[in-house]
Write a protein that binds this ligand. Structure first.
Ligand code: SF4
Ligand code: SF4
Length: 185
């Protein structure tokens, strides 16, 4: 969810060293649909090349991706190319260190709005990141989410982002529709 209103997001960089808006190594930021790009362009007035880039993948990778992340089914219909957010100086182009994301919540890519929740191939919902159970380990291994580390249950994680299962599922349905539309070109 990456919201400035979330107490965990506000403390994340200090507790874990990096937030989910600061990719490590070869990590990529959120994958975008044409609808995400259009929302961001309309809000910021920026051309797409200022905040996104295309990345080619193999046909096998595209097929695997759509199987593993069912909300993206149909995304690669027109070819094995995806659009991702651009990073600059180790962080998303919309990220500022003293405030987090500069985009309003409803303009952010749906993938960002959904994180750290994700849907699996069987339709069930859980978390995109593992729980290390120890902040030192989470910090050392990377890829952790402070809200996930601190909460005791899924309900607590949802509450820490001020959201509900219904809202997450509605965002998932929106992403699935926008991914299908993306694939139609
Ligand atoms: S990793 Fe989790 S707690 Fe940290 S900024 Fe991202 S969503 Fe918020
Ligand atoms: S768009 Fe906002 S929430 Fe998404 S990665 Fe960039 S800074 Fe983070």
């Amino acid at each position: 969810m990456r919201t400035p209103e979330s107490p965990a997001c506000a403390r994340c960089a200090k507790a874990l060293g990096k937030t989910c808006c600061e990719p490590r190594g070869t990590e990529q930021l959120a994958m975008l649909t044409h609808a995400d790009v259009a929302r961001i362009r309309e809000h910021t007035g920026l051309p797409a090349r200022r905040f996104s880039e295309e990345e080619g993948v193999t046909e096998a990778e595209a097929a695997h991706f759509e199987t593993r992340w069912p909300l993206y089914r149909g995304y690669f219909r027109r070819g094995p190319v995806r659009i991702v957010l651009q990073a600059r100086a180790g962080a998303c182009v919309f990220f500022v260190r003293r405030g987090g994301c500069t985009l309003p919540s409803n303009v952010r890519p749906i993938a960002c709005q959904l994180y750290p929740f994700e849907q699996w191939a069987d339709g069930s919902w859980s978390l995109a990141v593992g729980r290390h159970g120890d902040l030192t380990v989470a910090r050392a291994e990377g890829g952790a989410c402070l809200a996930v580390e601190e909460a005791e249950s899924m309900e607590e994680i949802l509450a820490s982002f001020g959201t509900t299962r219904e809202t997450v599922e509605a965002l998932g349905a929106q992403l699935a529709e926008e991914a299908r539309s993306h694939g139609r070109g």
